[in-house]
Design a protein. Structure first.
Length: 331
């Protein structure tokens, strides 16, 4: 299921003009909310325009709530907003052919939305509060880990003969040696590279409005300097898009998608598997440090995780131990 804001309908339903219009405006007011009165309309605006500051969360929650309310407003159901019960929410979730994590996200969105309706006295009780989704436990993340040798081979394969080559080499090195998320790397500016009198550091703007500063090791510093000096970057975005024919850099910042595409091209050119992504470097870096017995809390801080359990999801040492055990089966 895509995270697109387009309204995905239940089987057999036809999209109405209003639903097609909401494909462009995910927070548009549904008819079932308008029919519930001014309090419901106020709660809708408060939730989507006041409480959800993160645009990504707002988009996904709007998609989830719209989808459920369209299900309730189906001609075969016609369930008013104030009549929605836990049974309706349970039936809706049971009918979704989605992965368990996606169902849990949908349920979380509904719970928060109906919480606002309760506070604004539109409904008496939250119908999603008592509903439970299927259990889902993650022992290990699904991001494929790029091996240390593969990461080194990829970095060495990028020839620094053009500005694009210097840029791509610097980007890959930043991903490896800082364990930063690709979105944070894309948002770097020249001002993000700072010197405190003793060493350089990169200040990353992470998701959730968080800011982190990661020291720059000497080899990474040299790669960044080679790129910055050759590209004559004096201000603005650090990693920039390029004109295809001339390979000259523009003044426009690369997006996270641009960096992902660049990496796919570089992987192919280096003869490495195309399954890897920029996130694979985070997995490799976390695992590499833990293998060297670096304290979990230190690795957690480097990765920018609020919870050490998240850092453990990146640790692939347990998978490697499991494989070693399997190889010893003598049957």
């Amino acid at each position: 299921m895509s995270d697109s804001t387009e309204i995905i309908l239940y089987p057999g339903a036809q999209r109405t003009p209003d639903q097609r219009r909401r494909g462009a405006d995910a927070a548009a007011l549904p008819a079932i909310v308008s029919a519930a009165g001014g309090g419901a309309e106020f709660a809708w605006d408060e939730f989507f325009k006041g409480q959800l500051a993160n645009a990504h969360t707002r988009k996904n929650y709007a998609h989830a709530v719209h989808h459920f309310l369209d299900w309730c407003n189906h001609p075969d159901r016609q369930i008013p907003l104030v009549r929605i019960s836990p049974g309706h929410v349970g039936d809706y979730l049971a009918g979704l052919e989605l992965a368990t994590p996606t169902k849990k996200l949908r349920l979380a969105a509904l719970r928060k939305f109906f919480d606002v309706l309760v506070v604004r006295h539109v409904v008496i009780l939250n119908p999603a509060a008592s509903v439970r989704a299927e259990r889902y436990a993650v022992v290990e993340g699904r991001t494929p880990e790029i091996g240390a040798k593969q990461a080194r081979d990829l970095l060495r394969s990028v020839a620094p003969l053009t500005l694009v080559g210097l840029r791509d080499r610097a980007i890959i090195a930043v991903l490896i040696y800082t364990a930063a998320r690709v979105g944070a790397v894309a948002r770097l500016t020249l001002k993000s590279l700072k010197h405190d009198g003793t060493q350089y550091a990169l200040r990353f703007s992470e998701k959730g409005g968080k800011s982190r500063e990661i020291p720059v090791r000497h080899d990474l510093e040299q790669l960044l300097r080679d790129y910055i000096d050759s590209a004559k970057i004096n201000e603005g975005p650090l990693f920039r898009t390029a004109y295809r024919r001339t390979k000259q850099l523009t003044t426009k910042a690369m997006s996270g998608i641009d960096i992902c595409r660049m990496m796919k091209r570089r992987l192919k050119a280096a003869g490495l598997p195309g399954q890897f992504s920029p996130h694979s470097f985070r997995v490799a870096t976390v695992t590499d440090l833990l293998e060297q017995n670096v304290a979990l809390e230190d690795v957690q801080h480097l990765a920018g995780h609020a919870d050490p359990r998240t850092t453990r999801l990146y640790d692939r040492r347990r998978r490697k131990v499991t494989r070693n055990i399997v190889e010893r089966i003598s049957i």
